[in-house]
Design a protein around this ligand. Structure first.
Ligand SMILES: [Zn+2]
Length: 465
């Protein structure tokens, strides 16, 4: 038994002084201050926030992409996540075109099993929607605990699904209760712009962003929303929403009471096309990701923070997909379209969003909701995960509002040779991280181990009606 004593417990409904009793791997009870029985080992939380372990619902550990693979393994990536206060990830297993869905899932189980430092679950990327993969969707929902399926309106020839395939998958999801997750960018139109840019000799990283204008994100978002409407209001979740016009589409659907949800990522809340992607020379490659960073001269960042407050954006995930500059991002020297797409942030999401609290953009309660509780409810992990309550897993973070975090490649734990957040300072710090009752990080020292993390079978989303 362990007692987390003297802290302030934060939940989506607010803050309260309470002591948290952990029995083995689960939370046994919450007590008013001073009411807990003597005896258990005490973890002093005086002056700290006690929050549910964060859940990152969008990661790509060791994902093959663009002739290389994301540089974090399940081992290095989940260790970094744990140090940063994230105690569950939902990664994306991949079915490549022509591959059996269950084989793709088995391949991701093989990569993750025994290597994870924290609990993990899978979404399934469908790279080829056909009769067999549609049938497989039912089996994954019923037997495998995989209840969400990601489709791509971008990347023709790789992950791309056409509108007919999307509609069929949505109809299947409407039937079995699964969530359709959508990479909403108009890939064929983007490919035309990319080709034209390269023909003009526009090869620098910034053209990655300039050839993916927000209109093509908004158009695809709108199309996905209407297709979901045709599929009897199939649950739809827009991943990595980056732009004001796309947010308008989601907000309009939500105002109509539709089963439409969206996430954004820290990079879209803070970073910009000009300041990062437009950095001199090849430097901007560090921030090549899709959807791309948006212009600071438009209102994207302010709109996304507002969307988080109003729940038009339900939550924040990282889309963690790290590539090193050396030998990986460098594949795109002289041709931005060859730069592997992705940024690594799995270690920093809790801190980066806490800075939003400090800056007056989010409440404490909304911070916890957008990084922990909503991801759990959205993807069928609640109340085992995402809340500090009796019976829930003892995944708990002590967060120090008086701490200070400086982000750097020198100190981060992700397997990357640069940091997308180099030199950023956060007015707070992760103090102690507990995963199913075990202290895995404390005061910057890591005490967990690979193999502690278990696969989580998920239920259906709680947000559907
Ligand atoms: Zn992704």
């Amino acid at each position: 038994m362990k007692l987390i004593k003297g802290g302030t417990v934060i939940s989506p409904s607010g803050a309260s002084k309470a002591d948290v009793l952990i029995d083995g791997e689960t939370i046994a009870a919450l007590y008013a201050p001073g009411q807990a029985p003597d005896g258990p080992e005490v973890i002093d939380a005086t002056g700290k926030y006690v929050i549910p372990g964060a859940i990152d619902a969008h990661t790509h550990m060791q994902l093959p992409f663009g002739g290389t693979a994301a540089s974090d393994t399940f081992d290095t990536g989940t260790r970094a996540a744990a140090i940063g206060g994230t105690t569950t990830i939902i990664d994306f297993a991949v079915q490549r075109t022509g591959e059996v869905v269950q084989d793709g899932l088995a391949a991701w189980h093989a990569k993750a099993a025994g290597n994870c430092h924290i609990d993990y679950a899978f979404h399934m990327i469908l790279g080829g929607v056909d009769d067999d993969s549609l049938k497989a969707m039912d089996q994954l929902v019923t037997d495998e605990g995989v209840t969400s399926f990601k489709l791509f309106m971008a990347y023709p020839g790789v992950f791309y699904s056409d509108d007919g395939q999307i509609l069929r998958a949505m109809q299947k999801a409407r039937g079995n209760g699964a969530m359709i997750m959508m990479h909403a960018e108009n890939g064929p139109a983007i490919d035309v712009l990319v080709k034209q840019a390269l023909e003009r000799g526009e090869t620098d990283p910034i053209f990655h962003g300039l050839t993916r204008p927000q209109e093509l994100e908004a158009e695809a978002t709108s199309r996905a929303i209407w297709l979901a409407s045709v599929a009897a209001d199939c649950p739809l979740y827009i991943v990595h929403l980056s732009a004001s016009k796309a947010l308008e589409q989601v907000a309009a659907a939500r105002d109509l009471g539709r089963n439409v949800f969206a996430e954004t990522c820290p990079q879209y809340l803070y970073l910009t096309l000009e300041d990062q992607l437009g950095a001199p020379g090849f430097e901007g490659a560090k921030w090549v990701c899709s959807t791309p960073l948006r212009s600071k001269h438009e209102n994207h960042r302010a709109d996304l923070w507002r969307g988080l407050r109003t729940n038009d954006l339900a939550m924040v995930s990282t889309d963690h997909c790290p590539f090193c500059m050396k030998d990986q991002k460098e594949l795109g020297v002289g041709d931005f379209s060859k730069i592997p797409n992705g940024i690594g942030s799995v270690e920093h999401r809790v801190d980066l969003l806490y800075q939003g609290v400090v800056d007056g953009k989010l409440s404490l309660a909304r911070w916890v909701e957008t990084i922990a509780t909503t991801p759990a409810r959205m993807f069928g992990l609640y109340p085992k995960k995402g809340i500090i309550a009796p019976g829930s897993d003892a995944d708990i973070v002590l967060y120090d509002p008086n701490g200070r975090t400086r982000i750097s490649v020198e100190t981060h734990h992700m397997n990357m040779d640069y940091s997308a957040w180099e030199g950023w300072e956060i007015d707070g710090s992760v103090d102690t991280v507990i995963s199913r009752g075990s202290v895995v990080a404390r005061g910057g020292d890591y005490t967990g181990h690979a193999g502690h993390g278990r696969f989580l079978k998920r239920g259906l989303s709680e947000y559907l009606i």
